[in-house]
Design a protein around this ligand. Structure first.
Ligand code: ACO
Length: 464
């Protein structure tokens, strides 16, 4: 290929959420916990639910088909397809290979890329792979397509209300309206057993709750400090939160994200010069002598940081929490659901020129802080407009979901649990509430082979 492509980034983005949800206030009552525990304590409003009709393949088929259809992208225009997921239903056959059934009827099989797994980080790893491909000698001039998707379900107990499900697909290529900052990424990886899925017969993870929060916050500190150091060299200026118009986080539950933004504010204070500490962060002056690593669960430090970052949170992070508060943890797609939420929260003219910081975390652990810029180039304004208007259906989908009672949610969870890895299997969940264009599982045969169908996409006037 010729020259290195410019402005590699996101050209189109698509979100798929379940059509069913359970209300968190109703779940509090049903679970017999104190009122406000899930809604205020965790900051969650609702949780997306998949019955036995949906699995990781169906979610990914839906999001890919919808993205290509909506944006009038021909299957032959895709040269790489990457899937990031931790929802494993086959130890050998990738979700990517299942998605090839969309491409094969169009005679398209020359597509690189495969699945990537590490808890909630797989989607980001898939995205990084796609960017690298577009910037490499292997690039054939086509688009890369990145899919991040998961069904997050927990065993009965404290973690169950932090479930959710969703899928995000992103079309990656040069001259994009959302441009990744090149040569600027902070990464932090370690070996920890904070959240993992050692029982291959179960959908549920083993979670060390407190450790998972500590690992998330410590990875955030490490990544942010490393990013600030690297970015200060790239941009020749001191980097702190004022550098970003928006900061997005992997969102296990919204309260953790509010605490995370407060944590970055605390980092800014910690890294500030003595003069700035007094001038800019007067309200944190009592925390002058803290050791960051000792404060993950220090309520006084947390309260001071939260109180002094309320406005930062409402301007830079709160707009990105719409999908997370309504759908819950979507694991690999959670951070990108945050990007979708941000993009639909403002007019394109208000977003143009914004710099967005993104923190991706996957237990085990793998994490990264990186950034992108929403183009302010007048020539790209129509591309930005198109990208954002492609997300018009998100608010409609959220408001057209069907609420189910907590009892019914429990029943669905029991069915998922009992039918997990059964073959042959005929799903019993209804397809009535599915959004147009949704793929669903029709059956699993005696050889564990899965078959799917698609709800007619009235929007585009045809089925399958
Ligand atoms: N009103 C308001 N707040 C309340 C109420 C109430 N009635 N009752 C409790 N709370 C608050 C608590 O004070 C607590 O607040 P804090 O976190 O600020 O201290 C919060 O609600 C949670 O309550 P806890 O009793 O501390 O925690 P719980 O046992 O319910 O577990 C947890 C919460 C740890 C998040 C659990 O749901 C979990 O394990 N989730 C999965 C793991 C996870 O998401 N980890 C994050 C990173 S890893 C990943 O992404 C999977």
């Amino acid at each position: 290929m010729g020259s290195w492509p410019d402005d590699v980034g996101i050209i189109a983005i698509e979100l798929t959420i379940p059509s069913l949800y359970v209300d968190q206030e109703e779940l509090e009552k049903y679970d017999g916990v104190s009122s406000g525990k899930y809604t205020v304590g965790l900051g969650q409003k609702a949780m997306g639910i998949c019955t036995d009709r949906e699995d990781i393949n169906s979610l990914c088929l839906t999001v890919v088909h919808n993205l290509l259809e909506k944006n009038h992208i021909d299957y032959s225009e895709i040269g790489r397809l990457e899937v990031g997921t931790e929802t494993i239903i086959d130890k050998s056959k990738s979700v990517k290979s299942v998605l090839m059934q969309l491409f094969e009827p169009h005679g398209v099989t020359d597509i690189e890329g495969i699945d990537t797994t590490n808890a909630c980080f797989g989607g980001t790893a898939a995205l990084f792979n796609a960017i690298s491909w577009v910037e490499s000698s292997a690039w054939n001039g086509k688009y890369a397509l990145v899919v991040a998707a998961d069904i997050a379900v927990y065993a009965k107990g404290a973690a169950r209300p932090t479930g959710g499900a969703g899928a995000v697909a992103m079309l990656i290529g040069p001259n994009a309206p959302l441009v990744f900052d090149r040569g600027l990424r902070a990464v932090h990886m370690r070996h920890v057993y904070d959240f993992y899925k050692p029982d291959l017969s179960s959908e549920y993870p083993a979670v060390d709750s407190k450790l998972s929060i500590q690992c998330y916050l410590s990875a955030l500190d490490k990544c942010y400090q490393s990013y600030c150091e690297k970015a200060s060299k790239v941009f020749g200026q001191k980097i702190d939160l004022s550098f970003f118009d928006a900061i997005l986080f992997h969102t296990p539950y919204c309260k953790l994200v509010q605490k995370s933004l407060a944590r970055l504010h605390l980092n800014d204070f910690y890294l500030a010069t003595p003069e700035h500490k007094v001038k800019k962060y007067a309200e944190l002056k009592n925390l002058e002598n803290i050791v960051l690593e000792e404060t993950y669960f220090d309520k006084e430090v947390e309260k001071a940081a939260l109180n002094s970052s309320t406005e930062l949170f409402s301007t830079k992070t709160s707009p990105s929490l719409l999908v997370a508060s309504q759908v819950g943890n979507m694991y690999t797609s959670s951070l990108y659901g945050g990007l979708v939420s941000l993009l639909i929260s403002k007019k394109p003219s208000e977003l143009a020129g914004n710099r967005v910081g993104l923190f991706s975390y996957g237990s085990g652990l793998a994490s990264s802080f990186y950034s992108l810029k929403i183009s302010e180039d007048a020539n790209k304004f129509s591309a930005l407009h198109k990208l954002i208007s492609g997300l018009n259906s998100v608010s409609t989908s959220l408001s057209h979901r069907r609420k189910i009672e907590p009892e019914v949610f429990e029943k669905f969870m029991d069915i998922r649990q009992k039918s997990n890895h059964s073959a042959p299997y005929e799903p019993i969940g209804s397809i009535e509430s599915f959004f147009p264009g949704t793929y669903y599982l029709t059956n699993i045969d005696e050889k564990y082979r899965r078959f799917y169908d698609r709800v007619s996409n009235a929007m585009n006037g045809h089925a399958h």
